[in-house]
Design a binder for this molecule. Structure first.
Ligand SMILES: [Ca+2]
Ligand SMILES: [Ca+2]
Length: 434
């Protein structure tokens, strides 16, 4: 770790009780390589964030982070977004970046809270959030406005499930019976080609249920045919690892696999019974990471601490680092970037005692994008032979290209092949190897 500190743009400053150093970042190049290789190659990058209210609310860092990706690589769509309470509050008129769907609630429509422990229906959703339609007096229905060329309806097939009719732009598109005869709830998808001309074009989608048996639809996943980043918000207010452990179901695993994520960022601090028990928090986080790794073997993972809005985040930042090292994930430490709430608040970065203002969201989004991009720049150079590994064969491939005077060896992109390319390659490899 010492060499990565010496060469890194961001270096270690925090310290933990044992006297060891708590780095600001660790083991990122390996984690970001698949995402950025696809983006740099003109493909689709799929990024998810499992988080709490800090990753749920409008104006927060995640939407600004997504915006930075979109500015550099384009938008491949708005991704997975729960059809829950909050979705309607952050559309085009939000103070921050757009982060929602347009919603027109109709009768018979009920939906989960966007915060707190997962209820039984929420255990079939990766973020615990759901929307239900059922006939009460009149048929149940709601209309949504969704972005992009494709809308994937993520719904649940279950015992007692009802029949939904889905209209797209005013025309009946599909009638689906969501009932199964027995067994645990299952995740299912309906793909709608909206015909929309781009990622910023809205299509009206109306779901209705004539019957008394409820239909559960968890989310829309908005996709576009254009290359770029697709961001999936998988966050639930007030939830820590303990609450997310309730989402270790087959339905959630199938849903997560369908998102094709190259990178998953997990940003959960302690909540509930974990608050004053770091060991319990650490154990729960470890089990949650273990679940994601088992279900998503090709998805890279980064564990990220919270900003230092309260001192309790410090010991959790150490616990997160231990889990990251044990599980082989990356690590981003936001806790040591500021001295605490007062400093962030004086800078205008806070909205209340926990959440980020739009300015704070922009600052942290920019910062996180910067460390991801820096790691990606190193990774893309270090994996010179493009096999996803950093090893001696990359050294061999680089030296061969350098000796043959190939443009690919101009890794510092200054149009000249010289010693500085060798230096840049070795620095990138050193970073990548950590
Ligand atoms: Ca390689
Ligand atoms: Ca050069």
């Amino acid at each position: 770790m010492a060499i990565s500190c010496v060469l890194s743009v961001v270096c270690s400053i925090g310290s933990i009780a044992s006297g060891q150093t708590r780095p600001l970042v660790e083991d990122l190049p390996r984690q970001v390589l698949p995402l950025f290789r696809d983006l740099e190659g003109g493909g689709v990058g799929s990024l998810g964030i499992v988080g709490d209210s800090v990753s749920l609310l409008n104006r927060s860092y995640n939407w600004h982070l997504r915006g930075r990706f979109w500015a550099d690589y384009g938008s491949a769509g708005d991704g997975y977004l729960a059809l829950a309470k909050f979705a309607g509050d952050c559309g085009a008129n939000s103070v921050g970046p757009r982060c929602g769907l347009g919603l027109v609630y109709g009768p018979g429509s009920t939906f989960s809270e966007d915060t707190g422990p997962f209820d039984s229906a929420g255990e079939s959703a990766p973020d615990g959030m759901w929307f239900k339609f059922e006939r009460i007096i009149a048929p149940g229905y709601s209309t949504f406005q969704a972005f992009g060329r494709e809308v994937i309806v993520h719904y649940v097939r279950q015992v007692g499930g009802g029949v939904m009719e889905i209209d797209v732009a005013g025309n009946l598109f599909a009638t689906i019976d969501t009932a199964i005869p027995a067994g645990e709830p299952q995740h299912a998808r309906l793909v709608i080609d909206t015909g929309a001309a781009g990622p910023d074009v809205l299509t009206s989608i109306r779901i209705r249920n004539e019957g008394a048996q409820p239909v559960q639809v968890n989310a829309f996943e908005m996709r576009d045919a254009s290359p770029g980043l697709r961001y999936h918000r998988l966050a639930r207010g007030g939830a820590g690892p303990l609450q997310f452990l309730a989402s270790r179901t087959d339905a959630v695993a199938d849903c997560l696999r369908s998102l094709d994520m190259q990178l998953l960022i997990i940003m959960l601090d302690a909540s509930g019974a974990e608050l004053n028990n770091v060991a319990f928090y650490e154990s729960n986080l470890d089990q949650l990471v273990s679940f994601y790794q088992a279900q998503l073997p090709s998805t890279k993972i980064i564990l990220m601490t919270h900003h230092p809005f309260r001192a309790l985040i410090g010991p959790q930042a150490d616990a997160i680092l231990r889990v990251a090292r044990a599980r082989g994930t990356g690590y981003i430490n936001l806790f040591d970037l500021f001295s605490g709430f007062d400093e962030m608040n004086a800078l205008g970065y806070m909205n209340g005692v926990v959440h980020l203002s739009n300015a704070g969201g922009a600052w942290f989004g920019e910062y996180i994008y910067g460390v991801l991009r820096t790691a990606a720049a190193d990774a893309l150079i270090a994996d010179f032979n493009g096999d996803g590994l950093f090893d001696f064969f990359d050294v061999q491939a680089f030296l061969a290209a350098f000796a043959a005077n190939l443009p690919a060896a101009d890794v510092n992109s200054d149009g000249v092949l010289d010693f500085f390319d060798v230096q840049r390659f070795l620095a990138a490899l050193s970073q990548a190897l950590g």
